[in-house]
Design a protein around this ligand. Structure first.
Ligand code: FAD
Length: 459
């Protein structure tokens, strides 16, 4: 096995590792752990692998997601969803997400959700990960047994419960399932219906309705454009848009942008902060999600505070429980799959003793230094895991620890070109990609790594 920075002098060992979740993070984690020589069990409560990208028309029994006893649905994907990054930038380093010469596949540069699911399922098949996954098996409890210095996992498959012991646990359960809902004054008496974007699937149920969306995320944007064809009126209440864009939106007869909601009333009215109001049938909260680990018992060593999961060294290891507990996929505003790959390579190398972690105290100092710098820059706690511009440094740090090549420049060029395209034309950036040279550049890199039948993607 290759030596790397921070490499250990202890003998290389194989561990018995549980991975929770078989989305993109869990699948690549399982691959990296097995490559490193560990034995792996992946627990997946769904009936197929792919996580968030497995679309379902089903929605939750409480569509706003406040009732803890509701029936939950994992995926937040809506029918019309296309990726918000070019496919090439999203692929794993040695299994590129290329367009396939297959009429059943979506060749577009920004493909629909099914294509991403199929890519992940191909990946799982190609690397034999399927055989490590226990489908329809939900992890209901994870706790550290001090006497044995092991983790006990209780899982449930249909009505059968099982307890098992593992050396280490990697949490890959995703963080787009537990809705975050903003408080709207007067909402308890408001006569309309409410839901969270987590439960939005398609525009049909909104025929002739007056809909108010809260938020100006990618989801609020996509859903509003989905709705304009069928709803009577669509109103977006957004916090962070420039006020000159408020009002009726050009090119639409029935789409308005407003400042945030001031309050709502029993008569169905929704009042905005600029004094305008509408009588609405439904409010859709496009207000994001909470990190949620209902199965995890750590005696307070890991907590979620205002959407900060911590303390976590490099967003991965809780110092007091490292390396036996780790998380893949916590950072957001990133190109996700290649980051998951680097995070899991690091975890796998640390668990085998090939890579050494600093002491618990040093890791805590690093976490505290991060918190201090965020505080000094006025960054709220809930943005702790937002990397954006910091992702290259982060990924390169991980790559260096693992002894892998540095993070590829062309991925970030695609990332920034997409942001620029989005700002210039939110409506059509996916279909008017103007930086084809970046795709070709990606292809120069991808071709040698790929033995799949490929074609350059369609715009
Ligand atoms: P998930 O895909 O959510 O997988 C987690 C898995 O864990 C699920 O299969 C779930 O069933 C399982 N699980 C959860 N709890 C348990 C349990 N207790 N026991 C057993 N199994 C459990 N990223 C991009 O790169 N490009 C995009 O275009 C993009 N678009 C997005 C659009 C939307 C609407 C959203 C919400 C996110 C988008 N993302 C995008 C980010 C996306 O989250 C990541 O791409 C990635 O798919 C997340 O993978 P994951 O494995 O961390 O989580």
């Amino acid at each position: 096995m290759p030596q790397s920075p921070g490499h250990a002098t202890q003998p290389i060992v194989s561990r018995h590792v549980a991975v929770i979740g078989a989305g993109a993070a869990g699948l690549v984690t399982a691959r990296e752990l097995r490559r490193e020589g560990h034995s792996v069990v992946v627990f997946e409560r769904g009936d197929q692998v792919g996580g968030l990208w497995v679309y379902t028309p089903n929605v939750e029994s409480d569509q706003i997601g406040l009732d803890p006893t509701r029936t939950t649905v994992h995926s937040s994907v809506y029918h019309s969803l296309r990726t918000n990054l070019p496919r090439d930038s999203m692929g794993f380093s040695d299994y590129p997400f290329v367009a396939k010469d297959d009429p059943d596949r979506d060749p577009r540069l920004f493909p629909g959700h099914r294509e991403v699911m199929m890519y992940l399922q191909d990946f799982a098949r190609e690397f034999g990960i399927d055989e490590l996954v226990r489908l329809e098996t939900e992890v209901v409890r994870v706790r550290f047994v001090e006497e044995e210095e092991k983790w006990k996992i209780k899982s449930k498959q249909r009505h059968k419960e099982m307890d098992e012991i593992f050396d280490a646990v990697v949490v890959c359960n995703g963080h787009y399932t537990q809705p975050l809902v903003s408080h709207v004054p007067g909402i308890n008496k408001w006569s309309g219906k409410q839901m969270h974007s987590h439960n939005y699937r398609d525009p049909k149920p909104f025929q002739d309705q007056v809909v108010v969306l809260i938020g100006n995320s990618a989801s609020a944007f996509d859903i509003s454009r989905d709705l304009v064809g069928v709803a009577k009126e669509v109103h977006i209440a957004a916090r962070t848009v420039k006020c000159e864009t408020f009002g009726k939106q050009p090119a639409y007869d029935n789409l308005w942008l407003h400042p945030m909601i001031k309050n709502v009333c029993e008569d169905g009215s929704v009042h905005f902060q600029d004094g305008s109001f509408v009588i609405a049938n439904i409010i859709i909260h496009c207000t994001g999600y909470k990190y949620h680990f209902p199965f995890l018992e750590t005696n307070g060593f890991v907590i979620v505070d205002d959407n900060r999961v911590g303390p976590l060294y490099k967003h991965i290891f809780p110092p007091a429980l490292a390396p036996w507990l780790s998380f893949v996929g916590i950072p957001f505003q990133v190109i996700t799959f290649p980051m998951f790959e680097l995070q899991s390579k690091w975890i796998a190398g640390v668990l085998s003793n090939r890579i050494t972690l600093p002491s618990q105290e040093e890791m805590m100092e690093d976490v505290k230094a991060l918190y201090s710098s965020l505080e000094a820059s006025g960054t709220p706690k809930r943005e702790t895991h937002a990397l954006d511009d910091k992702q290259v440094k982060y990924n390169n740090w991980l790559a260096d620890q693992c002894g892998c090549p540095a993070y590829e420049d062309w991925r970030m060029e695609m990332y920034y070109a997409t942001i620029k395209g989005r700002l210039a034309n939110l409506e059509s950036y996916r279909d008017e990609w103007e930086t084809q040279h970046l795709v070709l550049q990606a292809y120069d890199f991808i071709k040698p790594a790929s033995n799949q039948t490929t074609s350059v993607p369609e715009i």
